[in-house]
Ligand binder design. Structure first.
Ligand code: ATP
Ligand code: MG
Length: 502
């Protein structure tokens, strides 16, 4: 069969015509310049803000700047092989991550891709990383406690499901430890957890995952990691990706706890990005929208009302301070966005008062409405007692002659501080906390040496568990004291004390 050359020409012509149609002029562009993970592109007239672009070698980029002449875009992969003049295509999609139960027990990067060598992630749905926070009419105020298992927090700075509570302190003051304990304490409580590591060492993230595995908690946890070695755009995306994953569960009526460790590093990553994109720097060289960056992230944590499934996202953002300065730019921003803060003190930490929570500076603005009645009863006045103690402590350093009243405040305060000491990974159930705090509040420990405080508490709880299980059962069931239980508890503690002294 002979082929007519004009036929071939017309075929090619037709194909080229189709090709042009497929790739509209506005959907392809050219790279003008590339470097530091930022690419400037020409063309792409219809590109959307936040849209995903494809560069050669399967590198993805995200549109961050729409200028009159060019489009500024951050690369979500290596910029090594991308050259000036390369073609870049639109995808008509914003950045999305996989969501759903397939992510439980997994460690993923900021794009939701697995990095734990456990194979592909099973998912049937993706969600955009950026989304407008649920509106006021869909929300409900917090009314269910999120128990962290840490006495000082559950008693004095209670957290409710759907709350945003900041953990703030200098480096190495036990910030991560608190968040990790809170995650571990959710075991069996039907709360899914997302731990987002931003700008941390890979080894730190690995040891956290290891610990969660050891405690058999990974089956309800997803770890999103964007380590210090990854590019700024990925570190910037990580908390949003984690939030998108949490939202899926929340919208299915479930409770989620999300930890951002930490947002100071996130702010630094965003500052890097913004400066490279030539956005004008503001205070401390952060861009003008740094507040909006964190507020739009944290506003997505909330409690939905019944009509919307009743799910919740509780957020525990972490912020690192320099020399305890909570009035720096990022700390003040995030303090004003959240519903309270847990402030950690270096001096406490170094003196062995761990968790190093400063009860004076720490607050929970909404959580007390979620505290169970029994806890409310025994925790009442705790903060004031500690405040009095701290005040008297500085006083007592001047004079040696102390009156009886002052001495009483000092001994009670000292015992209280000792009771609030808690080891890492030793979370405490609600009923045990209530019993311990009941004993301190009613002065059963005031005549003990500090070294005897923890043996007393341990022994007392074991004795009650063995001899009076009905007290514990009643506290678990009713979550409040009735007169009979209160009397029984008083008698049981007094009884134990008799034996303890002997
Ligand atoms: P970084 O600023 O490096 O992130 P961080 O503030 O998150 O530090 P952690 O890593 O949580 O601090 O804790 C620092 C060290 O203190 C760890 O070795 C941890 O095991 C220890 N630690 C934390 N909390 C306690 C505690 N309650 N009891 C005993 N040790 C603790
Ligand atoms: Mg940490």
């Amino acid at each position: 069969m002979k082929i007519d050359s004009s036929e071939i020409a017309s075929l090619i012509k037709a194909q080229i015509k189709g090709y042009e149609q497929e790739l509209k002029e506005d959907d392809v562009g050219t790279v003008i310049s590339v470097g530091d993970g930022i690419a400037l592109c020409y063309g792409l007239n219809n590109a959307m803000l936040g849209e995903l672009l494809i560069f050669p070698h399967d590198v993805y980029g995200m549109v961050m700047n729409l200028d009159t002449e060019d489009v500024g875009c951050v690369l979500l992969g290596s910029d090594y092989e991308i050259l000036e003049g390369d073609t870049v295509k639109r995808t008509h999609k914003v950045v999305e991550v996989p969501v759903g139960d397939g992510l439980l027990g997994r460690v993923v990067n900021a794009l939701g891709q697995p990095i734990d060598e456990m194979g592909k992630i099973e998912y049937s749905k993706t969600r955009p990383v950026e989304r407008i926070a649920p509106g006021v009419m869909t929300r409900k105020s917090v009314d269910t406690p999120l128990e962290t298992g840490i006495k000082a927090i559950d008693a004095m700075i209670p957290i409710g499901r759907g709350q945003r509570e900041l953990i703030i302190g200098d480096r190495q003051t036990g910030k991560t430890a608190i968040a990790l304990d809170a995650i571990i304490n959710q075991k069996g409580k039907n709360v899914k957890c997302v731990y987002v590591a931003i700008g941390q060492k890979n080894s730190s993230v690995a040891s956290i995952v290891e610990k969660l595995k050891e405690k058999q908690c990974m089956d309800y946890v997803t770890v999103v990691s964007s380590s210090a070695s990854e590019s700024a755009p990925l570190q910037y995306l990580a908390p949003f990706a984690g939030m998108a994953m949490a939202e899926e569960w929340m919208e299915n009526g479930q409770d989620v706890l999300i930890v951002f460790d930490d947002l100071s590093k996130h702010a630094v990553a965003y500052r890097t990005l913004s400066l490279l994109l030539k956005r004008s720097p503001g205070r401390e060289a952060y861009p003008g929208d740094i507040f909006y960056l964190h507020s739009r992230l944290l506003e997505r944590a909330c409690r939905l009302n019944k009509d919307y499934g009743g799910g919740s996202i509780t957020a525990l953002p972490i912020v690192e301070t320099q020399a305890g300065d909570i009035s720096a730019y990022i700390p003040t921003n995030i303090i004003s966005i959240t519903d309270g803060q847990i402030f950690l003190l270096v001096d406490y930490f170094n003196a062995g008062q761990r968790p190093a929570i400063d009860s004076g500076f720490s607050v929970s603005r909404v959580g007390s409405s979620a505290q169970v009645k029994a806890m409310k009863e025994v925790a009442k006045g705790l903060k004031i007692d500690l405040a009095n103690y701290n005040e008297m402590l500085s006083f007592s350093q001047f004079g040696s002659d102390l009156d009886k009243e002052t001495k009483k405040v000092l001994t009670h305060g000292k015992i209280l501080m000792e009771v609030l000491k808690q080891k890492q990974y030793a979370t405490c159930s609600m009923e045990r906390q209530v019993i311990e705090l009941y004993a301190v509040k009613n002065g059963f420990l005031d005549d003990l040496e500090t070294k005897d405080v923890h043996p007393f508490l341990d022994g007392c709880y074991s004795a009650i568990k063995a001899k009076h299980p009905e007290i514990i059962a009643s506290l678990i069931e009713k979550k409040a004291f009735d007169d009979a239980t209160r009397d029984a508890l008083k008698a049981a503690v007094a009884d134990f004390k008799e034996g303890f002294k002997a």
